[in-house]
Design a protein around this ligand. Structure first.
Ligand code: PEP
Length: 254
């Protein structure tokens, strides 16, 4: 547990990486993760949707969860190429990432769209991981807190709870770059997000996990986890290598 009594979540986002041969990574994570770690930390892998079914089978009987990386807000309909929360849940997914900065940048996702998707996730019984984060320019202009608070205020649905919602703070400039904010900068943003959540959902805000994401590696995970209000990590690149992902999860198990 974190000092505030929240159970850490270490989530891997494989992005558009992974073929059927990559199921071996999930099997290795399952085999090599210390068993007692899973008593203390929630571990999640979000593979591309083509692999969700096989990953669910690979973790069957273990507490490791599998999630989606995106969803359509509607349950079904004429939306060629899209996947609904119900479809993800039907495959055995438990979580879904909502509003990742790559979706915002390359697929023009808006905060209103994120809100609708978060509602879709809740409707199907999935936990939505709502991503927020500023660009390099926004940080340099001193607008980080304004940006992430606005993303949160619009994106988080009314009545969100610690069970159906996780927030991930992912500075866009830290994703895949090897750069990370200082612990003090992360602490400032996470405290501000927690305060904003309080305005949005009241005392339940204390139960919502706020992950940090952006170039988390086994070598920096321990320092990041020590930051106030950091309740886990959303991990991109390093989640593709079983040993690195396990190393990160270990840092959160203290
Ligand atoms: C991500 O895509 O959510 C992410 C944090 O990527 P990376 O860990 O590779 O920076």
């Amino acid at each position: 547990m974190t000092m505030a009594g929240r159970r850490p979540l270490v989530a891997g986002n494989w992005k558009m990486n992974g073929l059927r041969s990559s199921i071996g990574v999930v099997e290795t994570v399952r085999k090599d993760l210390p068993k007692d770690l899973l008593d203390r930390v929630d571990v999640l892998i979000c593979p591309p949707s083509t692999l969700i079914s096989s990953c669910v089978a690979a973790v069957y009987g273990s507490p490791i969860a599998i999630g989606g990386q995106n969803l359509h807000a509607k349950p079904s309909g004429a939306f060629t190429g899209s996947i609904s929360a119900e479809m993800l849940a039907d495959l055995g997914a438990k979580y879904v990432i909502v509003g990742h900065s790559e979706r915002r940048a390359y697929h023009h996702e808006t905060d209103d769209g994120v809100h609708a998707k978060a509602l879709g996730a809740r409707r199907a019984g999935l936990c939505g991981i709502i991503c927020v984060g500023e660009t390099k320019e926004e940080r340099e202009e001193g607008r980080t807190l304004d940006i992430v608070r606005a993303q949160l205020a619009i994106g988080v649905p009314k009545g969100a709870t610690g069970a159906d919602t996780v927030i991930a703070y992912e500075p866009v400039w830290a994703i895949g770059t090897g750069l990370t904010p200082t612990p003090a900068d992360i602490a400032e943003v996470h405290a501000s997000l927690r305060e904003m959540l309080g305005q949005l959902i009241g005392p339940e805000a204390a139960k919502v996990r706020i992950l940090y994401g952006g170039s988390v590696k086994p070598g920096n995970a321990r320092d990041l986890m020590a930051v106030d209000n950091v309740d886990g990590a959303l991990v991109g690149g390093a989640s593709l290598v079983a040993e690195d992902f396990i190393g990160i999860a270990n840092a959160y198990a203290r």
